[in-house]
Design a protein around this ligand. Structure first.
Ligand code: ADP
Ligand code: ASP
Ligand code: MG
Length: 406
C-alpha cells in the first residue's frame, strides 16, 4: 500500500462547498494510486458554531477557570462533529469511509491535558480498515491516556496527528491542506506581497513554526523529520502545488536555491510579557539560579533571556505573567512586568554567516520608529521584542528590508 495522510484544517471542512473539494482531493489521491488516511480539524474558525474557539468560549462562560481535563472534553467535540460530517459526505459519494477518534486510531498520550504529548501510535485498527478498502477519517488533535482519559495535543495539533499517523503507517507523504497556497515568507494576512516558498527544509520550517508561523504545528514537522517523510502544505481551494518540506541536503534537489537565501521568512508571536528583575550586581549569579529554577519548578517556560550584572530579563507567555510575578515576589525579588508585547523574528539558515544582518534588522525598525525592548539571536534567527501595536509595522518592515518582498 502506498499510504498518504491527507489532513484538512478547519476552513477546509467548514461548508458543504469546501467539503466537496475535500472529496475531490481524496479521489485524486486514490486515482494516483495512493491509499488515503484522512485527518480532520474542527469545522471553521472562531465564531463558527463548532469551531474549537467557540467551544472553549462556551466552557469558559460556565466557569472562567474551568479545569484543563474538562476543557479537553469539550474541545474533543469539535473534531468529532467534523469527522462524522466528513465521513457522511464521503459515504454519500459512494466512498466507504469510517470515522475514528484519536484513541480509536491508536494514539496514546501522556496526561498533560490541553497540550499532551504522543507516547505511542498503534496503527493496527487503521490498517485493518485500509485492507477492507475503507477511508479512515480520523479526528485530529485528539489522544487518549493509557487509563482512558481524553487529551488534546495543543492548539493546531491536528497537524501533529497527521504526522504521527504518517510515521506509524510509513506513509509515502503527508499532505496538510489549508486555506493558503503553501508556506509563505510571512503571514499573508499581514504582508500582502508575501511569497510562497516552493521548497523548505524541516529545520527551517520548524524554526518558523516555533517562532509563530501557525500555518503548521512545529511538532508535526519534527515527527515527519524523524522519519524523513515529505510534508506538503497546500490549499484545499486551488490546485497550486504547495510547499514541499523535506530534508533538502539528503534529497539533493535545488539545494543552492534554498541555502543561498539569508532570510527565509518573518514571523511573530503575540501575547508575551517581559519580566525585569533588578539585582545586587554581586549576587546576580546565585539569584539567577534561584529565579530560573523557580520558573522551571512551576512549569513556566522562559524565552528571550538576558542576564547582566545587576539585572535579569526574560519573557513568558502573557497568561503566565501574574503567576511568575507572584512566585518572584514571594521570594523577595523586585520584579517588573511589561505586558502587551510580541516577539518578531527573522528566520533563515544563512543568518549567522552574513555580516550586516543585525545592522539591517535594527535599521528596518528604527526607520519605522519601532522601539526595541529586547533582542536575542541564534544561528538561524534574530528576534526582537516590541510593543504589540508595532507588530504589523515591524513584520512588514523586516520583510521588505530582507528582500523577501521582491
Ligand atoms: P488550518 O485550520 O488549515 O490548520 P491555520 O489557521 O492553522 O489553518 O493555518 C493557516 C493560516 O496560517 C493561514 O490562513 C495564514 O494566515 C497563517 N499563516 C501564518 N504565517 C504563515 C506563513 N508564513 N505562511 C502561510 N500562512 C501563514
Ligand atoms: N481544532 C484544533 C485547534 O483549533 C486543532 C487544529 O485545528 O489543528 O487548535
Ligand atoms: Mg492549523
Amino acid at each position: 500500500m502506498r499510504i498518504i495522510v491527507q489532513k484538512f484544517g478547519g476552513t477546509s471542512v467548514a461548508s458543504p462547498e469546501v467539503r466537496a473539494l475535500v472529496v475531490k482531493k481524496i479521489i485524486q489521491a486514490r486515482e494516483q494510486g495512493f491509499t488515503p488516511v484522512v485527518v480532520v480539524s474542527a469545522m471553521g474558525r472562531k465564531g463558527d458554531n463548532y469551531a474549537t474557539d467557540t467551544l472553549i468560549d462556551l466552557a469558559r462562560s460556565a466557569y472562567r477557570q474551568i479545569a484543563p481535563r474538562e476543557l479537553d472534553h469539550i474541545m474533543y467535540c469539535g473534531e468529532m462533529i467534523s469527522a462524522v460530517v466528513m465521513t457522511g459526505v464521503l459515504q454519500s459519494a459512494d466512498i466507504d469511509a469510517v470515522m475514528l477518534t484519536g484513541g480509536q486510531a491508536g494514539i496514546t498520550t501522556d496526561s498533560n491535558f490541553n497540550n499532551a504529548r504522543i507516547l505511542k501510535v498503534d496503527p493496527q485498527r487503521i490498517i485493518s480498515h485500509l485492507k477492507l478498502g475503507r477511508v479512515p477519517v480520523v479526528c485530529g488533535f485528539q489522544g487518549i491516556t493509557a487509563d482512558g482519559e481524553f487529551t488534546t495535543l495543543g492548539r493546531g495539533g491536528s497537524d501533529t496527528t497527521a504526522s504521527a499517523l504518517g510515521a506509524a503507517l510509513d506513509a509515502e507523504m503527508i499532505e496538510i491542506y489549508t486555506d493558503v497556497d503553501g508556506i509563505m515568507t510571512a503571514d499573508p494576512r499581514i504582508v500582502k506581497n508575501a511569497k510562497i516558498l516552493d521548497l523548505i527544509s524541516y529545520s527551517e520550517v520548524s524554526q518558523l513554526a516555533h517562532q509563530g508561523a501557525k500555518v503548521i504545528h512545529p511538532r508535526a514537522v519534527e515527527i515527519a523529520m524523524q522519519k524523513n517523510i515529505p510534508l506538503i502544505v497546500k490549499s484545499t481551494f486551488t490546485d497550486a502545488p504547495g510547499t514541499l518540506i523535506t530534508n533538502i541536503a539528503r534529497e539533493g534537489t535545488e539545494e543552492s536555491a534554498v541555502t543561498d537565501r539569508v532570510a527565509t521568512g518573518v514571523t511573530y508571536l503575540p501575547k508575551i510579557a517581559q519580566i525585569k528583575i533588578a539585582l545586587d550586581p554581586a549576587s546576580t549569579h546565585s539569584d539567577s539560579s534561584v529565579i530560573f529554577r523557580t520558573m522551571a519548578d512551576h512549569g513556566i517556560s522562559v524565552d528571550l533571556i538576558n542576564v547582566h550584572p545587576g539585572q535579569v530579563m526574560f519573557t513568558v507567555a502573557e497568561d503566565l505573567a501574574d503567576r511568575a510575578l507572584a512566585k518572584l515576589q514571594k521570594l523577595g525579588f523586585k520584579a517588573e512586568v511589561r505586558t502587551d508585547c510580541a516577539k518578531v523574528s527573522v528566520v533563515g539558515g544563512g543568518i549567522c554567516e552574513v555580516p550586516g544582518v543585525m545592522a539591517n534588522f535594527v535599521e528596518a525598525l528604527s526607520e519605522n520608529n519601532i522601539a526595541i525592548l529586547q533582542t536575542v539571536d541564534s544561528h538561524t534567527s534574530i528576534s526582537v521584542l516590541v510593543n504589540k501595536d508595532d507588530v504589523e509595522k515591524a513584520v512588514k518592515a523586516l520583510h521588505e528590508k530582507f528582500g523577501l518582498s521582491n
